[in-house]
Design a protein around this ligand. Structure first.
Ligand SMILES: *Cc1c(COP(=O)(O)O)cnc(C)c1O
Length: 579
């Protein structure tokens, strides 16, 4: 008998630069989680969707207009096909599902297999073959069908593969339909056609849910009409006493309205909300930073929601020059990320030399991808993340005259990167605003926008900048992880107090805050604080007190690199959610 495993379900995952099945932080976190689970030796498998056309390749016109092109990638060269198949029923058609395996191998050789589900099979209807097409593409109905493949198909594939599952971990609500499959299975095991409170209790016991965003658009919702259309009506005799039945199952499985409690109906709305489905059917729920836990408890009153702060996989995100430095001074740091606390005593000149190596790579990336010549001596601000409006990529440009005046005293250059979702017009306009500002600033403040942001560019930009800028509108940044990648490479943050930075920030020690607390303020006020910190604290330190600046760099590694990693994070999941 095989060891029961943790089954980690995720709609996106970043495992390899050549496998483009991720859009941003959620997928990067999934990949880093799997790598750390493999390092630690956690018995885990992961299930995701094979997005044959990836998310998209970003091309940018001279004015910053974004074009999205599909990506072709060689699936069979990178993944191993499993002979096992499973089927699900969607819109009354049988959909055949195949799985492709990727083995994530940890530092000690332990393997975590990742199964990519694929519907592109000749026996499937043309309509269904495209379900493993593009990540977050198509309409709401396409999304629901993809989520059914992931959640319901995923449970069935694991069963077909003979994998014994101890816990199902839903990385965001996209996989929450797995709970319905587990309910069905629990009832069938008892030869019942009706789901009872016992089934619900049994499923809850098996499920763990991590919620990732306080932004409402991040929580999937499907009309009950469409849900019935896609999944089929499944009338059952239900136990009315259980709150959950009224809240979700009753309304999902019954064809016509029942005597459901009105208040409950109002709370759930006239739709299937994947977040509520997961909340109702999980025994352990968490947000992804302490503050996000608080915000989530307010958003979803009545549910017990813990917090486990995100991390990054240290071995993956260390730039080559810092990996070499750590190898020389902190042997075993890959196996034991906590030992990075000893970075506090790294020789200053060695830290600076490693940083110069990382910065050279960044300047080379800028030259290659934009043709712009950056100055290796000039203070370089890095900003790279999804171009979502709440992240305010243009906050730095709120007062161009002020920025120019600052840069006259101490040279400043800025590297940007980030994709906007193809349907997100305001996000695309944000990219154009960065280009507009770049044009106006000209040579006074050089601004480069590196196209097609992904994990490869991500490592170079987060690791090679002199400061990592983050300007979200609080409390919308659930955690953020790019600043953790920077910290690991000795790049301090200048950030709004939101997400992980509330925990990682010590003023003038690990970096600097924009504003003095975590309350939302107007853009002008935040921009003024940003400019003040740059002008009065950061630039004078960088140019005139380099040793002090290197001290902050070491602190970033020792205090934040040693803690904000997925090795610590996975251990916390193991202790609180898995065991
Ligand atoms: C780390 C990373 C992110 C996450 O960035 P945030 O700062 O958390 O928004 C997004 N995209 C890529 C490619 C990354 O490497």
């Amino acid at each position: 008998m095989s060891t029961p495993r943790i089954a980690y379900f995720t709609m996106e995952i970043a495992l390899d630069a050549a496998i483009p099945t991720y859009s941003g932080g959620l997928g990067v976190l999934a990949g880093d989680t799997i790598r750390s689970a493999a390092d630690i030796g956690v018995p885990m498998v992961a299930v995701t969707l094979l997005h044959r056309r990836g998310y998209f390749r970003q091309q940018l016109d001279a004015d910053g207009t974004q074009h999205a092109a599909p990506i072709e990638w060689p699936v069979a060269e990178l993944l191993a096909e499993e002979p096992t198949r499973a089927t699900i029923t969607l819109e009354e058609r049988t959909v055949h599902i195949r799985a492709w395996r990727y083995d994530a191998r940890g530092v000690g050789g332990h393997v975590v297999p990742v199964y990519f589900l694929d519907t592109d099979l000749p026996e499937n209807d043309e309509h269904d073959r495209h379900l493993s097409g593009s990540l977050y593409g198509g309409d709401n109905r396409y999304r629901l069908r993809q989520e059914a493949v992931l959640g319901i198909g995923g449970v069935r594939i694991l069963e077909a593969l003979g994998i014994d599952v101890a816990r199902y971990h839903m990385n965001e609500g996209h996989a929450a339909l797995l709970t319905l499959e587990l309910l069905d299975r629990s009832a069938r095991a008892e030869d019942r056609t009706a789901v009872t409170g016992e089934d619900i209790a049994a499923v809850r016991e098996q499920c763990v849910f991590t919620t990732h965003t306080p932004v409402p658009a991040g929580h999937d919702e499907f009309s009950l009409e469409m849900t019935r259309d896609v999944l089929g009506p499944r009338p059952r005799g239900l136990d009315r006493d259980d709150e959950f039945l009224v809240d979700v199952v009753d309304r999902l499985f019954r064809k016509e309205g029942t005597g459901a409690d009105l208040q409950q109906l109002r709370r759930a709305g006239a739709s299937l909300n994947m977040t509520y489905l997961a909340l109702n059917l999980s025994s352990y729920v968490n947000g992804v930073a302490k503050k996000h836990g608080e915000v989530s408890r307010e958003m979803f009153a009545g549910y017990g929601i813990d917090a486990i702060t995100n991390g990054i996989h240290a071995g993956t995100w260390a730039t080559p020059s810092f990996a070499e430095l750590f190898d020389a001074h902190i042997p075993g740091w890959r196996e034991d990320n906590f030992s990075l606390r000893r970075a506090i005593q790294l020789p200053r000149d060695a830290v600076w030399a490693a940083h110069e190596g990382a910065k050279r790579d960044l300047i080379e990336l800028v030259r290659e991808s934009t043709g712009q010549a950056f100055d290796p001596e000039a203070f370089t601000i890095g900003f790279a993340r999804r171009a979502a409006t709440y992240k305010r990529a243009d906050l730095l440009f709120a007062d161009l005259e002020r920025l120019r005046a600052i840069a006259r005293k101490h040279p400043v250059q800025v590297v940007y990167a980030g994709k906007a979702h193809p349907a997100d017009q305001p996000g695309q306009a944000l990219i154009r605003r960065v280009f507009d500002a770049a044009r106006v600033l000209g040579d006074d403040v050089r601004v480069a926008y590196v196209p097609n942001y992904g994990v490869e560019a991500g490592r170079i930009i987060t690791g090679g900048a002199d400061i990592w800028l983050n300007t979200p509108m609080p409390p919308n940044e659930a955690s953020g992880t790019s600043g953790m990648k920077s910290a690991l490479n000795g790049v301090p943050s200048l950030s709004i107090l939101d997400g992980w930075w509330i925990e990682g920030h010590i003023e003038h020690v690990t970096g600097w805050s924009i504003g003095e607390d975590d309350q939302p303020r107007g853009a002008a006020e935040d921009a003024a604080s940003l400019y003040d910190k740059l002008e009065q604290k950061i630039l004078p330190m960088f140019y005139d007190a380099r040793d002090d600046f290197i001290g902050v760099m070491r602190n970033a590694i020792a205090l934040n690199g040693s803690f904000f990693n997925t090795q610590r994070m996975v251990q916390q999941y193991a202790a609180r959610a898995y065991l």
